[in-house]
Write a protein that binds this ligand. Sequence first.
Ligand code: ADP
Length: 498
Amino acid sequence: SSSPVELHPKVKAFLADGPKKLFIGGKFVESVSGKTFPSINPANGEVLVEVYEADAPDVDRAVEAAERALEGPWSKISPSERGRLLWKLADLIEENQEPLAQLETLDNGKPIRETRKADLPLVIDHFRYYAGWATKITGDTLSNSVSPYLFTYTRREPIGVVGQIIPWNFPLLMAAWKLGAALATGNVVVLKTAEQTPLSALYLAELIQEAGFPDGVVNILSGFGPTAGAAIVRHPRIRKVAFTGSTEVGKIIMREAAGNLKRVSLELGGKSPNIVFPDADFNRAVKGALHGIFFNQGQVCSAGSRLFVHKKVYDNFLSDLTDYASKLKQGPGLDETTEIGPLVSEEQFERVTGYLNKGKEEGAKPLVGGEPKPGPGYFVPPTVFADVHDRMTIAKEEIFGPVVAAMPFDDEEQIADVIRRANDTEYGLAAGVWTTDLRKAHRVAHALQAGTVWVNCYNVFDANVPFGGYKQSGFGREMGHYALDLYTEVKAVWVNIE
Ligand code: ADP
């Protein structure tokens, strides 16, 4: 059975109105070069709409608009008004949930059930959460040992113009993670979307305008990494850059940002271990492992892509996991019955296919999947590789696709060995632990080198809970009060009251 979604009139209107423009200084404008690039529907490889392509001169214009807003209207807006604007934006997103969910699914490929149930609610909640923070940014009054007549306090001030570069796996949610904290703390923003998925952020730009943010507070550019992205990273008057993407590009950004010692926060790749102990609630653990790797077609930086299953339950576990995986309904995202969509792009399809071949060459056995599907569209089926060894490429490199590497482990009460294997990676973004033994759960959670550990659950997120990496998964924590640190400078003020 299938149940295709009828396109919302607002989505039709949005797509008919191309080429889509850049959002600079509160206006939709063409790029200086006049160049455009296509945004592709990954379910069929067809062009959805053309989009204007930003490059360095457009970044310059956006920075100027942002500076004008920072010095002008934005500086006069009270924290409470900032909070109200963020709340208003959340309300507008809520009113536009269905067209936004459809647009996201069209551009990225992900199932509409997920954009409706996960992406959009998380986005709305995120803006509401940071709306609350706008009035709660505080400094401290401090004791000092110098003199009773010196009064000292700190202020939390916005950094100023911040650059934000986001990926294509959760286009709207990543924009929300970036904008919420930056705006709550009073910054102005130049945000570049990923070239694969520029659309939902441009729709968001319309809502930002409608909410009443002063012109130039938020500027949204469509464009490519080495051009527009690099121009943001190098811009001398952008004082901070926040990036989510690959570890490889994260390193380039850090090097380039050194040019003017920009503050940098990086949320990068992962190869997260998901560890199943024999005392785990078996069926929940199987479903958790399934969701851990196949959610969003595996295009999740925290995906549980290294599955360690205790020898005692390994065979049964893989048999159930394989069974569930083979029943996941794959198809175009804009079908309500679809559970797993296409990958985002042809390039991503080729990359993941390369890993499928590599896995087989190195001797891993696909229990399900293992072969890409013929086009149109960029479909790779859910794949479970058994007989994987820690040194195989598919156990070491981030695949960013629906491919899990399952490995048995064997240690009775000694958990040290599986922890050593779990930590034996340059990444450290997330990890999962499945057990009913409370003592073991916490011991393992404490020993894992990862910014997030999920116990008896996986891939859960909340605006109030920090997210970020250890080691080469990056640094800085988004969400919660932690994100406020990424977007504020601390100023100490000394006052002589003698
Ligand atoms: P992926 O490989 O998954 O596409 P990337 O890390 O390449 O992820 O891309 C994430 C974001 O970083 C995108 O918005 C992309 O355009 C941008 N980007 C890529 N290369 C650079 C670069 N050299 N400088 C700045 N941004 C870049």
